[in-house]
Design a protein around this ligand. Sequence first.
Ligand code: DCP
Ligand code: CA
Ligand code: CA
Length: 876
Amino acid sequence: MHKGWYKQLEEDDDNGFAQFGGYMEAKKAKLIKQVREQAAVERHSTIFKGVSIYVNGFTKPSAEELKTLMGLHGGVYHVYQMPSTTHIIASNLPNVKINKLGPLPIVKPGWIEDSITLGRVLDYTQYLLYTNQSRTQPKISFERVDNTLSSSKTASHPSFLSEFYGNSRLHLIATLGAEFKQFVNDLRSQMGKNHQFPGVLLLQTLKNNNKFISNEKFDTDDDLSSSLDTKTDVEVIMHIDMDCFFVSVGIRNRPELRGQPVAVTHSKTGQGRAHVDRSAEIAMYKERLPEGAEFRLQDIDDNSSLSEIASCSYEARKQGVKNGMFMGQALKLCPELRAIPYDFDDYKEVSKILYTTISEYTLNIEAVSCDEMYVNITDLLNHTTVELFAEHIRSVIKQRTGCPCSTGFGSNRLQARLATKRAKPDGQYYLTPSEVIGYFHDMPLAELPGVGRATLAKMSNLGLQTCGDVQSFSLQTLQKEIGMKLGETIYDQAAGIDKKPLQYEHERKSVSAEVNYGIRFQNMKENVEFLERLAEEVTSRLIETGMKAKCVTLKLMVRAADAPTETAKYLGHGVCDSMSKSTSLQTTTDDCKIIIKESRNLLEKLAVPFDELRGLGIQLSKLEKGQKMNVLLKNFLSNTATTNPKPVDTDKAVKSELEAKVTSKVNVKGRGRPSKNKSIIASGASSKNLSTFFKSTQKDRPQSGKLVNNSYQNSASLDMSVLQELPEDIRLEIMKEYNLQLQNQVCDEFKSSQTPGTSATTISTAADNKKPDSEEITKKTRQTKAKAQNITATGFDSLSHEDFMNMFANWFQSHSKPLKVDVDMLGKYFKQMAMQRRIEKLYIYAKYLHRNINEKNDCDWHKAYENIVGFLQEGW
Ligand code: DCP
Ligand code: CA
Ligand code: CA
């Protein structure tokens, strides 16, 4: 059966147009890289001569990058809007801002990128910013430009991909779910042990001030029993879901539409495109629709719009309109249905607020999609009750987003989710344990998640209509009919049981980029070029995740043999056959060239005529961890930072600490042996053990030196001894990550100033002072060899800390030169520790190793150290 990609995208949370991971850091790094690459290839031109831009608000590429691009191509960048500014560049502007900008054209940054790509200045009117505001702002002199691709761009247009991704609703649905899973992941991994949730503090304060919960209520209210339920082992899971999400977001600025039947859709009229023979296409759709889904094409005639309704208001639902329905049919059911356009940026913003809000209370969150998640609130019930928390959180969300949401509670995901159904719209419902059986008793089986039409039909044949029917039915008979696994699941579900715990952590399985709109190639060259751009896109997404892939899959949507060449939806994919082909690589990769090459091979093998293609996708799977080193260490650092009562500006803090540290290092060195390099920082700091130095009071801190700045005090509690003691390579990574501006010179200075004697361990001193006799050496050598043979990298784990340190010491003493086998083994162990996020241990060992090897004054040992640490940087 034909299965549209839409469906697939929604079902497979790992498959999608996900922009993923690392968020701003990764994006920043990527942009900076792009600028550098740009500069490197010296694609200078003067195409923007006479153009002066002023960048307003957040843009992608960033203002900084646009500035560079203008510089490289003969344009002028204005930090402020000036009389001579010719264009305002913006990606998104609120009403108020637009008002103030005057008559200058507000142009999307894609104009600049595309012009550079094509080597000439393109007509900016094609890139005017689409905003809803512009429609409500008659002062704006230019026409609103619909950038939903309904214009004329096909995939062969250079800016096609960015526009497609920027605007597709399906892209958004597919990406945001995955993005928020990653968002939760990231927050969880950054959360220190003593992390204080501001929301919890708020709940406590409200409780203490009796503002939120009167004690009376706590003591006497029947609800208390429900909260007590939770205190005796029963978990409470909240399901939270925005009400008619796209509509709610869209009508915030359209108060006249409140209470009206409203739908979010591309089509405004419900009319299809003229001059296109739709009947053949509709007939084919009908044929291919899954059994039971025919209703979707009901009432659709040749003139009806095949534009889908993404979301409709509850007023529209009362008249039979549903999400996913075609506009043509919906208008027949509800002629007064008002259509509003998409507001992608706003959806993203509201999603972000939703997730950020919940994460202020707990990170026991399983992200489901852009408007929906499960939350384990059991711990929160120490400070509140279910009902009060529901009221509280819903009002906070409404206040922050302007949109209503509904919450359902139960002791597992299933109960919570089905409770939300009862709560909707704009309500809350707690399905207490005692109610469960009764609640499920009358529930139609169709309401259960994962019960499809085919299953329903089989159950119906057994005389089963409701969960109650199943509750009193035999499990064996049910399993015989619908299969062991499904039978058991439904049997459980019918009784309100859901054994699957919430998934807080999320492991990404694939990354993909797929386009099924606007694909109309004129020739093979266009086809291949598009494929290459798609490969670049998917590779950059892969890189953002920090993973490498081993499998490349090319997916094609091919016009079905009997489908019309032009589709009802302009440039849509129409009725298609899907085909795909995969290839497995020898090793994992994130190299764009390889991915392009493999994709091209696959395209050749599938050998579909370019003009028959309606959709292309590349999926990268069998992912393995790539270079995540810096992220790990960053997390480690931010964990340290979160122990501060008040969050500090980590970037600044790290920077100033590091700067202070460099100063101190130089001082320590100055005191000790003579320096090879001239100290560049003068300082009056007294000599101290470094870690205590950083815990010193402000008056102790170095007063002079250009690298010391005022934020020192703020960051004093950050344990920067970690950073200062990290191996050079890792430290440089972190500095890069935090964009620390120390000059190389200083780093070199720092490097060469590593001082022996400050280590807390005594082994190195012992090694220095006590020359072991030859017998002892032989014995130790034997021991070490035995260990090397017996202990795999993982086996190191079984050694105590002391054993481990002894083994290190033996190694240094018994070998004049390091053996490769030992280096490799240690390297693997270090990598393993990093992967398991045992950063503290890793740090101690790396520090120890660094110190001792540094003392050896021997290139081979230095190299060995580099190799060991090198393992941390290779792909994993
Ligand atoms: N969506 C879409 N196409 C669909 C289903 C959903 O574009 N076929 C988008 C628009 C929805 C959003 O996803 O607003 C969230 O989907 P939900 O299933 O949560 O539906 P709503 O939020 O619209 O309504 P409800 O109040 O039933 O949750
Ligand atoms: Ca919803
Ligand atoms: Ca939802």
